[in-house]
Write a protein that binds this ligand. Sequence first.
Ligand SMILES: *Cc1c(COP(=O)(O)O)cnc(C)c1O
Length: 355
Amino acid sequence: MFKATFYPGPSRVYSNVTEYILDAYREGVLSINHRSEEFAELMIDLKSQLYNKLNIPADYEIAFASSATECWEMIAQSLIQKQSFHIFNGAFGEKWKTYTARVIDTMDHHSFDYQEELDVAALDLPEKTECLCITHNETSNGTQLSDASIHTLRKKYPDPLIAVDATSSMAGIALDFAVADVWFASVQKCFGLPAGLAVMILSPKAVARAVEVNENSRYNSLNFVLDNYRKNQAPYTPNVLNLYLLSRTMSKNKKIGDIDNKVEARYQDWCSHIESLSGLELMIKDEAIRSRTVLCVEGEPGLISEVKQEARKNGIIIGNGYGEWQSTTFRIANFPAIKSKEIANFQKFLSRKYS
Ligand SMILES: *Cc1c(COP(=O)(O)O)cnc(C)c1O
């Protein structure tokens, strides 16, 4: 039986993916060499689709990696020499700090209450901070940094790089890339693709910083990686199938502004639907910091576990609560690849049983 998944990653893939996989096989894409003319053509097309559909500034560069986790490590290796600063309110932001700590010596962090907006004015960064690491959409608790707070952060700290983990929002939410230096996301969330690929977007300042740091000792050193993608090649034999799927879905998709509108409308609809249920409510109370792409629904542990089980019996997969919120919440992905009909079915199931 086909299951409708609302898991916030890996998540539902675009339904055209089956057709594209078949095309990839028929067109011989699965066997192309990453130094070939065909690969270069694929890369040129893919990059131009990304610039166009996601509204990436023309002077920013695009690179690829295998996962968001790899991007954390690449940033620590290639863009930071001594001091990074991590700001987070949940598990993914904190994990990023832990991964960075394995590579560099000094770091500081500011953790803030997940029910509250980040207070930029209260931040006190060490003077030598080279990179400020923030999580745009905290997938573990369903919060999102407001545009205003990222802008205020940039204004207050014009010098260090700002790196943004946008894994569960890029390609779902319209991001203002110009306000930060490094943006990255793996594709198994809002991009609606199978896991195993990540997109990295870098400002001229980030690229210049990589050159200055001059770290060249790893297979995924940023300078080496960028050199390859600039030449429309890859630093190692990459996941060509996923790169191809990304170019096909991007070329078929509307521009990010339209996708953002769709995600926002569905989010509003989800909010009023959840309000109509009894015993279940949204965990994040302030609309201004609530994620548009991952909704965290809170209730008594017994009810939470019942909803998950009952939903599963009806062919609907819901995301488990994450970490400390495991038993008191479940998560609903609001990613663009999910079908309206699947949402309608899920909502009907919820109203039937829990209103
Ligand atoms: C899912 C997720 C990650 C981890 O992604 P991988 O591709 O598994 O490395 C990192 N950060 C955020 C915010 C996520 O949602």
